[in-house]
Write a protein that binds this ligand. Sequence first.
Ligand SMILES: Cc1cc2nc3c(=O)[nH]c(=O)nc-3n(C[C@H](O)[C@H](O)[C@H](O)COP(=O)(O)O)c2cc1C
Length: 216
Amino acid sequence: MVENDYICDLNAQISLFNSHFNFINQEENMKSFKPNAWVLPQPVLIIGTYDKDGRPNAMNAAWGGQWDAHEVFISLGSHATTDNLMQNPTFTLGFATTDTMVAADYVGIVSGRNVPDKVERAGWTVEKAPDVDAPVFKELPMTLECRVKQKLDESETGCFLIAEIVGVLCDERFLAEDGKPAVEKMGLITYDPVHHTYLQLGKTVGHAFSDGKQLR
Ligand SMILES: Cc1cc2nc3c(=O)[nH]c(=O)nc-3n(C[C@H](O)[C@H](O)[C@H](O)COP(=O)(O)O)c2cc1C
């Protein structure tokens, strides 16, 4: 009897809690999926390195981002890029665009270990970065110059790379009137890990640290 009262009370409390927080009825409105690496949106980063003979290489990476104000991180498998970073811990990080999408995908499916002239085949123009010993691909609108600071959980299958941003380069064609990079002009793409497609980023829809003030 006491137990029944307790269960009735618990059910009443749960239903009150659900209605209070307006919980969505999962069965009717939400489909559940098994855990997936579906953090959205994902970047299309192009890591540029030189090999031991000074030949440029490029690879595509979606599993990366900003570690803190001055650092980036990348989840890096075992690649030619990883080999290159062993002997020269500097690299560039460019952002792929609609115009460079085919080449960006190409450098993500072919390895410099098997195709040493991969960057030439991608059709990209290479220039050495001013502040690090790594290649800049001139077709990409904006590029970070980076230096490896730390490798976490390093093994033969790769590591989590943390790197300092030592400089930022932006093609002058992609500057805004205030002289800063105009992200909207770049035609940047994002990787959709659900359907394995690339989507172009769209237009400005609001102002950060500002529009929310309407609800204060
Ligand atoms: C859309 C996309 C995203 C990728 N993201 C990553 C990633 O985050 N980390 C990684 O280690 N490899 C990633 N890859 C795989 C590498 O880009 C790929 O293995 C490439 O051939 C490595 O080139 P390399 O051996 O010349 O360095 C990705 C590939 C694609 C197409």
